[in-house]
Write a protein that binds this ligand. Structure first.
Ligand SMILES: [Cu+2]
Length: 153
């Protein structure tokens, strides 16, 4: 009988903490600038929404304007550019890295996954994943590795 009570207690605890995790996570506001013809950008927006982001989706023919404003160089550039809490997010940056950025608040302009990497969020290609790095960049255009992802062979 005692073991049943313990199991019941554990069960209730798991249920309770599950509910808490969901209700305490306030959606994170993010503004995404993307071109109307960009398919993978739309998929990245879906990835954000699945991860508790509240997306303001700005479809524009001039994504370059926002890249220029935040000093996103050709080396850093990808398709879409998002703004969250004053930070620029360039390309297919995973939602979890954005959350880490917002928690740790480093003195950077933002994060980027340059180019278009197969296997990054919104760029799924079945099982094919290329290795890639999320980099942070500052006003002096210095970049630093923020996170790395391994690819599949
Ligand atoms: Cu893309």
């Amino acid at each position: 009988m005692k073991i049943m009570k313990v199991l019941l207690a554990i069960g209730l605890f798991v249920v309770n903490s599950g509910v808490k995790a969901e209700s305490s996570g306030k959606p994170i506001d993010i503004v995404v600038h993307r071109s109307p013809t960009c398919m993978c950008c739309g998929k990245w927006v879906a990835h954000l929404k699945e991860n508790n982001f509240n997306v303001k989706d700005i479809v524009t023919d001039n994504v370059q304007a926002i890249k220029d404003k935040y000093g996103i160089t050709k080396e850093l550039a990808s398709c879409h550019t998002a703004i969250v809490d004053g930070y620029a997010i360039e390309g297919h940056v995973p939602a979890n890295d954005i959350k880490t950025l917002l928690k740790t608040k480093p003195k950077v302009v933002g994060l980027a996954v340059p180019g278009m990497v197969n296997g990054s969020p919104g760029m799924e290609m079945g099982d094919k994943k290329d290795p890639y790095k999320v980099v942070s960049f500052d006003h002096k255009k210095h970049t630093k590795v923020f996170n790395s992802y391994e690819g599949t062979q």
